[in-house]
Ligand binder design. Structure first.
Ligand SMILES: Cc1cc2nc3c(=O)[nH]c(=O)nc-3n(C[C@H](O)[C@H](O)[C@H](O)COP(=O)(O)OP(=O)(O)OC[C@H]3O[C@@H](n4cnc5c(N)ncnc54)[C@H](O)[C@@H]3O)c2cc1C
Length: 325
């Protein structure tokens, strides 16, 4: 059953977030041969349309307005709803990011539609679109489908394989005039808590530190290792509570949920609330001096040792590898 699917793209620092391209791939599956239309909202966004087309979007719609320069719930809801009214999609996909978590329930409510959030896989079977999503902090998975109306969904970053990039792919780009009537909130300033770099939720490699890292200085060592992998640094709440790093790095039940290819946990005990945020990592390496630490039960590879000895050794060996490449 061919469907028209609207993919709501996400832009940060003037760049398209990778999860938007993953959403295009999910959109293609849901569309079952129908059209995938990608939407970009912002002040000036047209230059990002080609990337969406190269990764599988059939058409790109841009909604440009000075009021959409920064994300606000009101502004983006109005813009997305304007495009939905025009396009009449049967499916809507966006990233399960802070923005997607905020926007998707509003859109679904306005459409009186069902919403499956935080999906890690999507398939179609006999006309049904079936989403797989983790439940109970990643200890189990459920399969869910929406039986009537528009199919709204958000997808977890780093889980859905991108379609192959095709630079010769063509698709139209249309600009839609959106009127933003009223904004109840206005962004006056954005204060960054972490340095520029790889986004934690989209990082392929994460080096995370816990209370065992012992200081903010200790986190510099983790940064050095993460940089060698072009990865990002994360943390347990223990490390954030101890002021070794900012809470924006916290991974877990009350922090970020991540799914990197490689998660290196350094000096983290492996409390259930931490595992809730990282247990779906593809490969987990734990470094802990306590052989009984629960993190080893969640790890594919465990190194029992002092992280201040092990991490410098890893850095040294990786540097040799990089020189030899
Ligand atoms: C409602 C609620 C929500 C929570 N949400 C989260 C969350 O989102 N994320 C989260 O992480 N936690 C969360 N927690 C806290 C969680 O329960 C743990 O307290 C926290 O994860 C512990 O952090 P940690 O592993 O860094 O510290 P610890 O438990 O103190 O572990 C430190 C580890 O470092 C090891 N170590 C020490 N020195 C070294 C060394 N030199 N080399 C190697 N290893 C060393 C120790 O053996 C130990 O295993 C939550 C708790 C509650 C109640």
């Amino acid at each position: 059953m061919a469907r028209k699917v609207l993919v709501v793209g996400e832009i940060r620092d003037n760049l398209l977030r990778k999860v938007s391209l993953e959403a295009v791939a999910a959109g293609k599956t849901i569309a079952e041969g129908g059209e995938v239309v990608a939407l970009l909202c912002g002040e000036s966004v047209g230059h990002l349309a080609d990337e969406l087309i190269m990764y599988g979007a059939d058409r790109v719609v841009t909604a440009e307005n000075i009021q959409l320069k920064s994300y606000t719930t009101d502004g983006f809801t109005q813009a997305v709803m304007t495009v939905i009214e025009r396009e009449q999609p049967e499916g809507i996909v966006m990233g399960h990011t802070a923005r997607g978590k905020d926007l998707s329930p509003r859109i679904a409510t306005k459409l009186q539609a069902g919403l499956v959030s935080d999906a890690i896989a999507v398939e179609v079977n006999g006309g049904d679109v079936i989403f797989t999503r983790p439940i109970y902090s990643g200890k189990a998975f459920e399969k869910k489908s929406i039986t009537e109306g528009i199919i709204c969904s958000t997808i977890r970053p780093n889980n859905i394989t991108l379609l192959e990039k095709d630079e010769s792919r063509a698709g139209s780009v249309e600009s839609v005039a959106v009127e933003i009537k009223s904004l109840r909130t206005v962004i006056k300033e954005i204060v960054r808590k972490t340095s520029e770099g790889v986004d934690l939720s989209e990082a392929q490699v994460i080096v995370a530190g816990g209370r065992g890292v012992k200081s903010a200085e200790g986190f510099k060592l983790l940064e050095e290792l993460a940089d060698l992998f072009s990865g990002a640094v994360g943390a347990s709440r223990g490390a954030c509570d101890a002021d070794y790093c900012d809470y924006s790095l916290q991974i877990g039940q009350t922090g970020k949920v991540v799914t990197p290819d490689l998660y290196i946990a350094c000096g983290i005990s492996g409390a259930i609330q931490h595992l809730a945020g990282m247990s779906n990592s593809k490969v987990t390496v734990a470094i802990n001096k306590d052989a009984e630490a629960p993190i080893f039960d969640a790890a594919d590879y465990g190194i029992v040792g002092d992280l201040f000895e092990v991490v410098p050794l890893l850095i040294k060996e990786l540097k040799k590898e990089i020189v030899n490449v």
